[in-house]
Each structure stands twice: as C-alpha cells, then as structure tokens.
Design a binder for this molecule. Structure first.
Ligand SMILES: NC(=O)c1ccc[n+]([C@@H]2O[C@H](COP(=O)([O-])OP(=O)(O)OC[C@H]3O[C@@H](n4cnc5c(N)ncnc54)[C@H](OP(=O)(O)O)[C@@H]3O)[C@@H](O)[C@H]2O)c1
Length: 334
C-alpha cells in the first residue's frame, strides 16, 4: 500500500489577541511550528490544507461582540478559516478516502484532523476547478451572493440593482447574478481599474468609482434611482444610496461589522418609500444550498459566470494577506 509522506513538523496560526479597534494587528495571530503527531480517530479524516479562504467576516470570529452569529475562536486555539484540502488518511469507519477533495472550516494550519460531519466532499464538475468550491460554489462567496440577490433582494427583470464592494469576491458574483436576473446592474468600486473590470469583463451596465469627487453627480447622471441594493460595505455609500431609493426598494445587508458603523442615516427614507432592509447570514439558507450549487454549476459549465482569484502563497504571509481585505487590495476572491 502506498504511504503519503508525512512531514516531521507543520505550521499553524493561533489566535493570540482579540483585536477590537481594527480588523487585524501584528499581535492578532501567532505562528507556530509543531511536531506532526496528527492521526485521524474513528469517523475522522486527516486533511492536508491546500487553500484557505480569507473572508472579511473572520474579523467577527476573532471578537467577543454581540454582533456575531457564532461563538468566537478561543484565545490560543487554531485560528478559524474555511479552506479546501485533500484527505490523506481516513480513520476507522470514515466515509472519506485518501485523495478526496474536501472543504470545511479547516483552520489556519497546514494539516487538520476533523470529524467527517465537518467536511464536505466535492466532485469536480465540467467547467469548474477545485478552487471554485471556495469561490462561486463556496458558502461565504458565491452562495452569499446568490441568496442575497435572489432571496433577500428578490430582484426582478428590468429593475435597477446596485452592488457596493462590486469588484470583490461576493460583489462580482452578485453583479453577475443580477445580470442573469435581467436587471440593470450598477457596480460601485474603489478604483478605475476595478470599474473597467466590472464593465468590460463582467459586462455590467454602469460602474462608478466611489472615491471620485464626482461620485454623487455621476450616480445621478448614470443611474438616478434604484430598486434593489446589495450592500457589502455600509458607511457613506449606503447613506447616500438610501436617498436615491425607488418605492418598494429592497436592501440586502451583507456587510461585516468592521466596515459598518452600525448607524444607518436616512432611516425615514424607508418609511416614505415603503422600502425594506434585510440583513442575512448565508447559513440562513442551508436547506437551499444544493439547489443553488446546481444552478451555479450550470453557469460555470456553460462558461457564463466569471470569477477571479487573488492567491497569496505561503501560510506565513497570512497577516499581510488578511490586511488586503480592508484596503481593497485584493483583486478577486482572496
Ligand atoms: N452575510 C453573510 O452571510 C456574508 C457571507 C460572506 C461575506 N459577507 C460579507 O460580504 C462582504 C464582501 O466580502 P468579500 O469576500 O467579497 O470581500 P472582498 O473580496 O474583500 O470585497 C469587498 C470589497 O469592498 C470594498 N471595501 C472594503 N471596505 C470598504 C469600505 N469601508 N467602503 C467601501 N468599500 C469598501 C473593497 O474594494 P474597493 O477597492 O472597491 O474599496 C473590497 O475589495 C464583506 O462585508 C463580508 O463580511 C457576508
């Protein structure tokens, strides 16, 4: 029987400090190299981590805050992150076998032992690559965009949909789902290069740079009013947009608490325009995941859905990579 060569040591990152005033500090995570002694028990699998997904929502997992939907990571334990890996050993009675492609909350580590129930096995579909299980087919990326657009914003053909953080991982898919639903799609992003990408590569109708001094005038000239808004960022952009709502407009609030001040100005706009604002967590729709994955897989297979990845090589570069999420430095799913 062939044996996978296992290392004598492996690297991982522990949560070192609950950074509260900014997304990450040099002390948030602590790297360590430890002897490799991991063995899967009954009903468990040993996974080699190939890719980690860095999500702005990881900030919520670090903090003890009431703005959370899951218990925070205990200090001193392996930092939480979802990832994609390969099973290299299966414990007694495990449903997995060596070589299986799996995803789950693998943690910021090179190797992890996890219960079967915490892992999802993936079969490659035509048109998709393994990384797509963290991108268009991943819960915190494609599925978030899908449910935000179709279930929360409930977009209809002919409506004007605005997406903020539009060139980001979730936003770029939300824009494309909006086009598929027959909307006029308006993307808001922080550089002209990102706006060019949205218009010329993703084919959305209008892309506006919110850092331009003429942003508000540009919006009034090219858009006017909107029916649905997929909000990835909150803040000034959302405050401005709430003054440009059509009647019965809907907002899908997708953002994380680090970018959102928690204060929504112009709340009266929702009253006088009979508007609706709804927050959501992608896991609200777990029972609809399979149907969404089937639909998104079809779009990957027919080549009509585009996604971009920003890959930072090397576990030791975690702090640098994580910071990109909050400076707009990543171009594509990080
Ligand atoms: N509710 C859920 O279940 C759920 C699940 C997953 C993700 N999310 C949320 O979805 C959002 C997008 O995630 P993502 O993975 O797509 O992140 P991402 O790839 O980093 O994209 C977000 C983009 O938003 C822009 N941005 C960041 N801070 C901003 C600010 N203060 N004002 C204006 N624009 C800002 C940045 O680009 P620019 O250069 O354009 O500024 C950034 O690239 C995050 O808030 C995340 O927490 C929610």
């Amino acid at each position: 029987m062939a044996h996978t060569l296992l290392p004598s040591h492996y690297r991982r990152f522990l949560l070192n400090e609950r950074t509260m005033d900014k997304p990450i500090s040099p002390n948030t995570y602590r790297a360590e190299t430890v002897p490799f002694d991991s063995k899967p028990g009954p009903g468990q699998a040993l996974v080699k981590v190939n890719y980690l997904s860095l999500d702005p929502g990881m900030v919520i997992w670090i903090r003890e805050s009431r703005f959370t939907y899951t218990p925070p990571v205990p200090l001193g334990s392996v930092a939480r992150a979802s990832g994609l890996g390969t099973v290299i050993q299966a414990g007694e009675g495990s449903t997995f076998k060596p070589g299986d492609l799996v995803s789950g909350i693998l943690g910021i580590t090179e190797y992890a032992v996890l219960d079967d129930a915490l892992l999802t096995k993936h079969e490659l579909i035509p048109g998709a690559k393994p990384l797509d299980f963290l991108g268009p087919l991943g819960a915190t990326c494609g599925l978030t965009a899908y449910f935000g657009i179709f279930e929360v914003a409930q977009v209809k053909p002919g409506e004007t949909l605005v997406v903020s953080g539009a060139a980001g991982a979730v936003g770029s898919l939300a824009c494309q789902f909006g086009k598929k639903a027959g909307c006029k799609v308006v993307g808001i992003a922080g550089t002209d290069a990102k706006c060019d990408y949205l218009k010329n590569e993703l084919g959305i109708d209008v892309a506006l740079n919110y850092k331009s001094p003429t942003f508000h005038d540009d919006f009034d000239r090219d858009v006017g009013f909107w029916d649905a808004y997929f909000d990835n960022v909150g803040g000034d952009i959302t405050d401005f947009l709430t003054t440009r709502m059509n009647r019965f407009a809907r907002v899908a609030l997708c953002e994380n608490s680090s970018s959102y001040s928690g204060i929504l100005k112009n709340i009266m706009e929702f009253v006088v325009r009979s508007g609706r604002i709804q927050g959501f967590i992608v896991f609200d729709y777990v029972d609809k995941f399979d149907a969404a994955i089937k639909q998104i897989s079809g779009w990957l297979e027919d080549g009509s859905l585009k996604s971009k990845y920003h890959i930072v090589d090397g576990l030791e570069r975690l702090p640098e990579a994580f910071s990109l999420l909050f400076s707009g430095g990543n171009t594509g799913k990080l």
